[in-house]
Design a protein around this ligand. Structure first.
Ligand SMILES: NC(=O)c1ccc[n+]([C@@H]2O[C@H](COP(=O)([O-])OP(=O)(O)OC[C@H]3O[C@@H](n4cnc5c(N)ncnc54)[C@H](O)[C@@H]3O)[C@@H](O)[C@H]2O)c1
Length: 250
């Protein structure tokens, strides 16, 4: 029995990495999925889902745009009839180690996508879910949402803000059937991680710095996201679930 048969989901930033893994996992469990991304790679995710027998549609979305995020939610309703599950995953991390520049433009860019983007997605998703009487939302924060990361002031601030948005909105809508939670991954083997490696640093070394001794796969993060969306997590509200191989326990 598929866990999300008959459900409708949307995933932002689903053109690659964690978002693609979440979209594919939701579709494999029976959900119809809106694949939202700013780039065309979202079409490849749809093709992967359809090739595996699932249902999905691409909606080009810049999460920084209120008009785009409203359209994204409207498309879920127009194409598949409702919105039960929303994964606010799109994020950027352009503060490249070893020494992040304390640069206003970088700060504004990161807050625009990682914070304002999640805020706008929540706003439109919640409005639709209130009309239906419920739903489940998961925001992608980070281990940088619960501890500080050297050389990443803007990214760290943005992910703490995602945890804050999760708690405030989780509290506000808990009694109206909408559960809102967050996942806080450690280092995950995606393009974002690859783009962030300092000169001469191998990604295996980043994995070795985690107590578990390796990076996470996008699919491992997807499993945590799906659990939070499922009835098994029916009493979990406003929680920031750390999935980091022990990184923040040290
Ligand atoms: N990879 C990691 O190590 C890691 C660790 C902790 C948290 N995270 C978080 O998980 C999420 C996904 O990360 P990832 O590693 O899969 O990243 P990624 O860069 O591999 O993929 C991110 C996707 O988001 C899309 N995107 C970027 N800006 C967008 C916008 N304005 N509107 C819509 N889509 C946009 C990109 O096109 C891309 O497809 C992010 O929020 C990231 O901060 C990642």
């Amino acid at each position: 029995m598929q866990k999300f048969a008959g459900k409708v989901a949307l995933v932002t930033g689903a053109g690659g990495g964690i978002g693609r893994a979440v979209a594919c996992a939701l579709a494999a469990e029976g959900a119809s999925v809106i694949v939202a991304d700013i780039v065309d790679a979202g079409r490849d995710t749809v093709a992967l889902i359809e090739a595996a027998g699932g249902r999905a549609a691409f909606v080009r979305t810049d999460v920084q745009s209120s008009a785009d995020t409203a359209t994204m939610v409207r498309q879920a309703v127009t194409r598949f009839g409702r919105l039960d599950i929303a994964i606010n995953n799109a994020g950027i991390d352009p503060e490249v180690a070893p020494e992040a520049e304390w640069d206003e433009a970088t700060m504004a860019r990161i807050l625009g996508v990682n914070v304002q983007g999640v805020f706008l997605c929540l706003k439109h998703e919640i409005a639709q879910m209130l009309k239906q009487g419920g739903g489940a939302i998961v925001n992608l924060a980070s281990a940088a949402g619960v501890v500080g990361v050297v050389n990443k002031p803007a990214y760290t601030a943005s992910k703490h803000a995602v945890v804050g948005l999760t708690k405030a909105s989780g509290l506000q809508y808990a009694s109206r059937g909408i559960r809102i939670n967050a996942v806080c991954p450690g280092a995950v083997d995606t393009q974002m991680l690859q783009d962030n490696l300092a000169d001469g640093v191998d990604k295996a070394l980043v994995g070795a710095n985690h107590p578990i001794g390796r990076l996470a796969s996008p699919e491992e993060i997807a499993r945590a996201v799906l659990w939070l969306c499922s009835e098994d997590a029916g009493y979990v509200v406003g929680h920031a679930l750390v999935v980091d191989g022990g990184l923040t326990v040290q």
